[in-house]
Design a protein around this ligand. Structure first.
Ligand SMILES: NC(=O)c1ccc[n+]([C@@H]2O[C@H](COP(=O)([O-])OP(=O)(O)OC[C@H]3O[C@@H](n4cnc5c(N)ncnc54)[C@H](OP(=O)(O)O)[C@@H]3O)[C@@H](O)[C@H]2O)c1
Length: 260
């Protein structure tokens, strides 16, 4: 028996990086996967990989910074598969709406720009909140799994990342609130803090090579994780029925960098 057999799982930001790896890992475990991201070409590519491996996938384009699109993504999922069992709110925008960035770029707190704070928040905390609100009616009667993405940057108050740190810690706050309010419905909420090699991580490394070198060196396992090989099994477990008595927790998928 596969761990996610016939579970309906939405993964946002599934075109690349951690979202892509999670979607593929879920497909291999028998899930009906909704591959959701902004770019049609990558959405279709990931959905095809899942189908070519014998899995079930639906590609949906969504910008999680728009509430109507997030609710439409969930409606489309229910129309196709009848319900939602799991949502992974993984997508996160950087920069500003007018000038999006591939990752965070150092900006001192005194120079933090309102537009950057709003855009980072809209695509991070708000997109995550809307995803949670949209799936709630479908999970209320039977339980479910919500997996949201934080960052070690927010937890330590990484210098130069005010907007990103704020949205990532806000995501942890709303996740814990949901864990408290929705626990009675057996909706399990998990938070993931990753250190996995992706386009966003490489863009961050390019922007701040010296700082990121110290991050890499501080990982006891002495390597960055691979999104599929190292991230996949954890993401599958968090979505599975076996994850049933831990909620509101932050999981540090970071090779030991944080041991709180
Ligand atoms: N990699 C790490 O080590 C690390 C560390 C700490 C936290 N994180 C968090 O982990 C999550 C995934 O990061 P990643 O490294 O996999 O990023 P990534 O490689 O940049 O991939 C991000 C994915 O999200 C999509 N996306 C971006 N903005 C979106 C939006 N507004 N609506 C819908 N989709 C959007 C992107 O595709 P399109 O552009 O085509 O939409 C892409 O598929 C993020 O929440 C990030 O903050 C990652």
């Amino acid at each position: 028996m596969k761990q996610l057999q016939d579970k309906v799982c939405i993964v946002t930001g599934a075109g690349r990086g951690i979202g892509r790896a999670t979607a593929i890992a879920y497909g291999r475990e028998g899930a009906k996967v909704v591959v959701a991201s902004r770019t049609r070409a990558t959405v279709d590519e990931v959905a095809k990989i899942i189908r070519d491996e014998g899995g079930t996938a639906l590609g949906v384009t969504v910008d999680v910074g728009h509430k109507d699109q997030v609710f439409a993504m969930v409606d489309r999922t229910v129309q196709e598969f009848g319900t939602v069992d799991v949502i992974v709110n993984n997508a996160q925008g950087f920069g500003t709406e007018a000038k999006p960035q591939a990752s965070t770029v150092y900006v001192a707190i005194e120079d933090t720009n309102d537009d950057e704070l709003y855009y980072t928040f809209k695509t991070g905390c708000m997109g995550t909140l809307w995803g949670m609100q949209a799936v709630f009616p479908h999970m209320k009667e039977k339980g479910g799994r919500i997996i949201n993405f934080a960052s070690g940057a927010g937890m330590i108050g990484n210098p130069g990342n005010t907007s990103y740190n704020a949205t990532k810690e806000a995501i942890r706050a709303i996740s814990k609130t949901a864990a408290n309010e929705w626990g009675k419905y057996q909706i399990i909420v998990s938070i993931v803090n990753p250190a996995l090699r992706t386009d966003a991580f490489e863009a961050w490394e390019k922007a701040r090579p010296e700082y990121v070198k110290t991050v890499r060196e501080s990982i006891p396992l002495k390597r960055l994780g691979d999104p599929l090989e190292d991230g996949g099994p954890t993401m599958v477990f968090l979505a599975s029925d076996g994850n049933r008595f831990m909620t509101g927790m932050t999981y540090h998928l970071v090779g030991g960098r944080y041991m709180p």
